[in-house]
Design a protein around this ligand. Structure first.
Ligand SMILES: *Cc1c(COP(=O)(O)O)cnc(C)c1O
Length: 482
């Protein structure tokens, strides 16, 4: 074996010529810096031509084309047709904008190619650092555990599984949940994200075990309705075990009365989980933190660093107060995963004991780089600014006679519509997307279609909000029947 990893057969995936790859790599980096620096000069999004799609219906590539040509294809066919959430005009769904620093961290993580399932290596200490910071952010105790996952959908699912262990005991991992589980009841609001229902489905408890309570005028879970539902269910011989509150609903940004929900759970001896997908990181802003008061009382919190935290996708996270219970839900012994006290197989407990994934990427690194580079005060200020922009958008909508506000700004989300029917509002949004000017999404508020702007991207400015409002009015007027 010589120094370039090539044996006598010459088979290796390392480059033939390192200096050529190095030059290409530097060009790629420069191209991506340009992409981010000049993002405003391009449309937010553009429709994908069929020929471009067809390019990715090719047969299995037995023969190499080389990295130069592969990069050409990426530049021509992928880059121009990306989601657009890097762009300041992207206001749809809840998408983070990412940063150039996060991109660099992804490259560094790719170079290390670390597997964070377990074993004794420093990348796991980086993840443990984020777990410790998350404990500190939410005032959780020393024994609390944490785990990076793909996103809040998965984090919510794991939280439901942990609550299931709390209710039914560890033995159900062996016996299954059939008989006794039929009595369990979980509670959330009609504003909860769809992944909560999916978590109940996947957990085997089923959506019949989930009661969706009505919301008040500000789209928060009706606390009196929750009390009543729990009492009814107990009277019927059922077993209420879990309340899932939301800190920042996906439709309107509403925050449930977390302190009241926590108090009910304490009295009723139920678990309290919070879906704080984006809203949880309001704790980084002294101005916004009071809005999520009570979050520190949860048994578990699911949230994303990839939304308001601006960490590149994906970086979901689950924080669990009772780390033992968390581990009891997932840890399994296996001979080939034997733990040692010395050597690379030391370092127990391993992250893989806290979730279903064994092989895991180094999501912690881009999160660590983002938090260290900017500091949570500055990240919090960015988050607060998106909320200020939402209030500005709300004012603009109120001032325009052709626009109607459907849900006032709560946190960073505003729902409004052009004064016309649902069909025309859907057309305005599709026209906006295709224009490349702005990309809001839609939702339904009290049965009426809303144009929904979620301001998440740290690059979004007043001028982008103005462009959204002005273009909605212009497109609406152009298509309105006269
Ligand atoms: C985005 C979001 C989710 C889902 O999170 P993913 O990271 O997309 O899986 C769940 N709940 C709320 C409130 C959200 O905003």
């Amino acid at each position: 074996m010589n120094k370039d990893n090539r044996d006598s057969n010459g088979i290796t995936l390392d480059p033939e010529n390192w200096s050529e790859l190095r030059a290409l790599g530097h060009r790629m980096l420069d191209d991506m810096f340009d992409y981010i620096e000049h993002v405003r000069e391009r449309p937010v999004w553009r429709p994908i031509p069929q020929a471009v799609r067809d390019h990715f219906r090719a047969v299995l590539p037995h023969q190499p084309i080389g990295v130069e040509d592969a990069y050409q294809e990426f530049s021509r066919f992928v880059v121009p047709y990306a989601t657009g959430n890097v762009h300041p005009g992207f206001m749809g769904w809840v998408h983070g904008g990412g940063t150039a620093v996060g991109m660099l961290a992804e490259m560094l993580a790719g170079g290390l190619n670390a597997n964070l399932g377990g074993r004794d290596h420093m990348p796991i200490e980086v993840e443990r650092q984020i777990v410790a910071w998350a404990r500190e952010m939410f005032g959780f105790p020393e024994g609390a555990s944490g785990l990076f996952v793909t996103g809040t959908s998965t984090a919510n699912l794991l939280a439901v599984l942990i609550a299931r262990t709390a209710a039914l005991g560890r033995a159900t991992r062996q016996t299954g949940i059939a008989a006794e589980s039929a009595r369990l009841r979980a509670y959330t609001s009609t504003s909860a994200h769809i992944c909560i229902s999916q978590a109940l489905e996947i957990s085997g408890l089923g959506t019949d075990a989930l009661r969706k309570l009505p919301t008040d005028a500000r789209y928060r879970m009706d606390v009196a309705a929750l009390r009543k539902a729990i009492a009814e269910d107990r009277a019927a011989g059922l077993e209420p075990f879990l309340v899932i509150g939301t800190a920042g609903t996906v439709d309107t940004g509403a925050v449930d009365n977390l302190a009241a929900l926590s108090e009910i759970c304490r009295q009723e001896k139920m678990r309290f989980h919070i879906d704080g997908a984006f809203g949880a990181l309001a704790v980084w802003s002294p101005e916004l933190a009071p809005l999520v008061r009570g979050i520190e009382l949860a048994d578990s919190i699911a949230f994303d660093f990839h939304k308001w935290g601006q960490v590149p996708y994906d970086a979901g996270f689950l924080l669990v107060r009772d780390g033992e219970l968390h581990r009891d839900t997932f840890a399994s012994p296996a001979a080939y995963l034997r733990r040692e006290t010395r050597g690379l197989a030391a370092g127990s407990p391993w992250p893989s004991e806290y979730g279903p994934d064994l092989s895991r990427g180094f999501r912690a690194l881009k999160t660590w780089f983002t938090m260290k580079t900017y500091g949570t005060d500055r990240l919090g200020a960015v988050i607060a600014r998106t909320c200020a922009l939402a209030r500005y958008l709300e004012q603009r909508v109120r001032a325009e006679p052709m626009l109607e506000l459907l849900a006032p700004a709560q946190l960073n989300i505003v729902c409004f519509r052009y004064r016309a029917d649902d069909t025309l509002n859907a057309k305005i949004v599709a026209d906006l997307h295709e224009s490349g000017i702005a990309a809001p999404s839609t939702t339904s508020i009290n049965g009426r279609m809303a144009i929904r702007a979620a301001l998440v991207n740290h690059r979004t400015q007043i001028c982008d909000v103005d462009a959204l409002v002005d273009t909605v009015i212009r497109f609406g007027a152009a298509s309105a029947p006269r």
